[in-house]
Design a binder for this molecule. Sequence first.
Ligand code: SF4
Length: 402
Amino acid sequence: MEKKPLELYIHIPFCIKKCGYCDFLSMPADEDTRRHYVNVLLQEIWQKSKALPDYEVISLFFGGGTPSILPGGQIAKIMETVGQTFSLIPNAEITIECNPGTLGRQKLLQYKNAGVNRLSIGLQSTHNKELQNLGRIHTYEEFLETYGLARKAGFENISIDLMSALPGQRVWDWIYTLERVLKLKPEHISAYSLIIEEGTPFFALYAEDERRRERGDMPVFLPDEESERRMYDMTVQMLAGKGYKRYEISNYAKPGRECRHNIGYWRRVPYLGLGLGSASLIGDVRFSNTAGLQDYLDGKYGNLESLLQGGLGGYPPSAITYLDKRQQMEEFMFLGLRMMEGISREAFRENFGIEIDGVYGAVIKELAQQGLLAQEFGRVFLTEDGISVSNYVMGQFLLEGT
Ligand code: SF4
């Protein structure tokens, strides 16, 4: 019997220290805690793999946190366990998120030998002052060293994460960051705008400034709206000029180097999250692991077999959502429209047994008239104007009350 595709996400929630803007589930922890965590993670992999014999893993993503905080041997052990428990396709994309300052030559070689074939390096900026302000643990020079070592270790698929609209950042600062990164010729670039998240130190510092900007007043620390717009335009132009295809709102890749794992996520390929707080989608069930570190270390990561048989499997009811057709359609639209290729009418029909126009015909027509959506070759996708107001566009696909 042909196996169904599955993506694996493994969360490593540890960082050397917390960055000022970060609201990810991440924290510093000592070596013993990290070792204990990896041991529990291995048990979780063994247990949950048993519930999914009909699936084969097409991609694996170590995210965080800072997965590269773990010694090479621990990543190798996790990989070995995944190999023993799941059926992994031969050319599976295996990515690990890394931060400069947490890995050297030896560790990179261990990752490579363990089967990791893609690195996603968090750089954010090439200006040390901006890095310091963000609370990053590394300098640009340390990043360059890591990048060079990764190439020497044989990594041929490297992504670099960048962040614009930083406090005090001018348009030419951002252009300089882009220029320097483009010279390195990474295969993939993720370029996000800083978001001031509640509960972070940056929220206390800059939330009022952000409100000023939203009101149309001049912000004190953050770039004003026009500068932010120019940074965004420069990103699109400069990356396209160097042969990077924008395939998602914030992601750019050389041909064939798009992140397969993320594309799978946006296409709603089933995925299993392992580790603290990680989310999963199997069939029509969405569920998440506990976000409490002590609970996780005590082995309270839920029983997938029991959950898939209709029980709670030790998950709190609030951590489980059985998606009805309406919610699945909404997700299909929200996630699919993030990609520049948008969604396929045929895929909608195959998934839901109904023509997309039977559900969203009026919305698509209205948004197309506003110039926010376009349609071509059986696909529906965001226009340039639609990308700028993507949250508004996605909001129109909510079906509640209709
Ligand atoms: S390295 Fe990443 S996950 Fe860790 S604190 Fe900084 S932004 Fe958050």
